[in-house]
Design a protein around this ligand. Structure first.
Ligand code: NAD
Length: 478
């Protein structure tokens, strides 16, 4: 068991305080390591380092910055297996998914590096003779990156990749549930020739280090991924300094299964959407709307598929489809939503209780039919391996149900009818729609939620430009 430190100005440094956070394996309850519960003074020291490094970093050519991102990607790939084990141990996802997360992280840094030669400004026509208007895109300064626990390694790259290639520097606060993989990331940085201060990692709680970071007037933008409640708290804090916020928040993705859908494809995609990472993914199907005429067949096939899903401790058994939920609070939330739905008249087709595993937070793969739009389980984010099913009569009703949500991140529809698919795309009010496939975004797309699912977005050209601010120059010829 190791006691780790923060990573500031290119070095591991002890906290100015003595409080520690214990990191536990959610499958066994065993203690893995401790990290500092950092003080405001620690956060300020990291911002000092990032602030000092930023103008020097921004003066480097974008292609030099790209080279550095690529060197981090290469290091990550060289250490894929040990990194995957660290992620699985502290977060509970399967080893297969953890390996994908590590590879995707490296690919993401490479992808962001490729933007080095592609960042563009604009030349705008002027109303005045002899004048040219230039629009430059310039770095914002120091970015604060606040991370959730569900993809704890990848999210480092989703924040640091676009921040660094655009000439910003960054202070990252990982989730207190999953800081170990961020420590391992920093250990890799020490093996490379990285300018000190461009990436700093501070551990701690949301109310401590998280709040200290987001309330600092020296932060140019907070890029946050996490819950709606925290996103809202960060916006309030940042209002005092008018700090830009980029918020990737929760989801309640509807999946619409039309009467003409290929039921096998729908069942397989929706099931994998709900068991991947134990259902703890912001973009995956959280509520299913199925046409009345195929509801029985769909629900029965889905129940069979879920029932046969093998779960357990992912470090002990590589064949499991999913592992434990992250913690007691997450487990209790799933338990309560399922319990309340059943009490309100919904019908459990399979699952519905704590799964095997002595100490871990395992929940059975669960399907609940006969749900209605007003139920909590249809309105709140479940974040567990649970699929609630609602029946509908026609496309109008399905679209109305889908849109009737505070969330607006991702959505999906299963149909063979191109007209139906197109109408759904035009009328479903969500940032992403998947047609006849599972929900998972591409790094060259744009992952951005509507309504309470966020402000701004990540990935691709549009995600990259979130990390730049414009500077317009009017140049008059003499
Ligand atoms: P969370 O909001 O509880 O915590 C996220 C981070 O915010 C943690 O690092 C936490 O310490 C910090 N934090 C908490 N309070 C804070 C405050 N007042 N000020 C500053 N920082 C604070 O979220 P979580 O439980 O870690 O993650 C799960 C949530 O994240 C789900 O709602 C999920 O849908 C969402 N999520 C969204 C996306 C997306 O791309 N939209 C991706 C992954 C996860």
């Amino acid at each position: 068991m190791s006691d780790y430190s923060n990573f500031v100005n290119g070095k591991f440094v002890p906290s100015s305080g003595t409080a520690r956070i214990e990191v536990k394996n959610p499958a066994t309850g065993e203690l893995i390591c401790t990290v500092p519960n950092s003080t405001k003074q620690d956060v300020d020291a990291a911002i000092d380092a990032a602030e000092k490094a930023q103008p020097i970093w921004a003066k480097q050519t974008a292609i030099a910055r790209a080279k550095l991102l690529k060197s981090i990607a290469t290091k990550i790939r060289e250490h894929c297996e040990p990194l995957a084990r660290v992620i699985t141990e502290e977060q509970g996802k399967t080893l297969g998914l953890a390996r994908v997360e590590v590879d995707f992280t490296a690919d993401y840094l490479d992808y962001m590096a490729e933007w080095g030669r592609r960042i563009e400004g604009e030349i705008i026509e002027s109303d005045r003779p002899g004048e040219t208007i230039f629009l430059f895109r310039q770095p914002i300064g120091v970015i604060g990156g606040i991370l959730p626990w569900n993809f704890p390694f990848f999210l480092i790259a989703r924040k640091a990749g676009p921040a660094l290639i655009t000439g910003n520097t960054i202070v990252i606060k990982p989730s207190e549930e999953t800081p170990h993989c961020a420590v391992k990331f920093c250990e890799l940085l020490t093996q490379l020739d990285i300018p000190p201060g461009i990436i700093n990692v501070i551990h701690g709680t949301g109310s401590g280090a998280g709040r200290a970071l987001s309330s600092s007037p020296r932060i140019g933008m907070i890029s946050f991924t996490g819950s709606v409640e925290t996103g809202s708290a960060i916006m309030s804090t940042d209002a005092a300094n008018i700090t830009k916020v980029n918020l990737e928040l929760g989801g309640k993705a509807p999946a619409i299964v039309m009467a003409d859908a290929d039921i096998d494809i729908a069942v397989s995609a929706i099931k994998s959407s709900r068991v991947i990472n134990s259902g703890q993914v912001c973009n995956c199907a959280e509520r299913v709307y199925v046409h009345r005429s195929v509801a029985e067949q769909f629900s029965s096939n889905l129940s069979e598929a879920m029932k046969s899903t093998h779960y357990g401790d992912p470090l002990q058994d590589e064949t499991v489809a999913y592992g434990p939920l992250i913690n007691e609070a997450g487990f209790r939330k799933v338990e309560k939503l399922v319990g309340n739905a059943v009490e309100a008249g919904a019908k459990l087709l399979t699952g519905g209780k704590r799964g095997e595993g002595e100490k871990g937070y395992f929940y059975e793969p669960t399907v609940i039919a006969g749900c209605t739009q007003d139920m909590e389980i249809i309105r709140k984010e479940i974040f567990g391996p649970v699929i609630p099913v609602v029946e509908f009569s026609d496309l109008d009703e399905a679209i109305a149900y889908a849109n009737d949500s505070d969330y607006g991140l991702t959505s999906s529809i299963y149909t063979k009818d191109l007209d139906v698919a197109l109408r759904a795309c035009q009328e479903i009010r969500f940032g992403e729609t998947y047609i006849n496939r599972e929900n998972f975004e591409a790094m060259q797309g744009f992952h951005a939620g509507w309504r309470k699912s966020g402000i701004g977005g990540a990935d691709g050209k549009h995600g990259l430009y979130e990390f730049l601010q414009t500077h317009v120059v009017y140049m008059q010829r003499q």
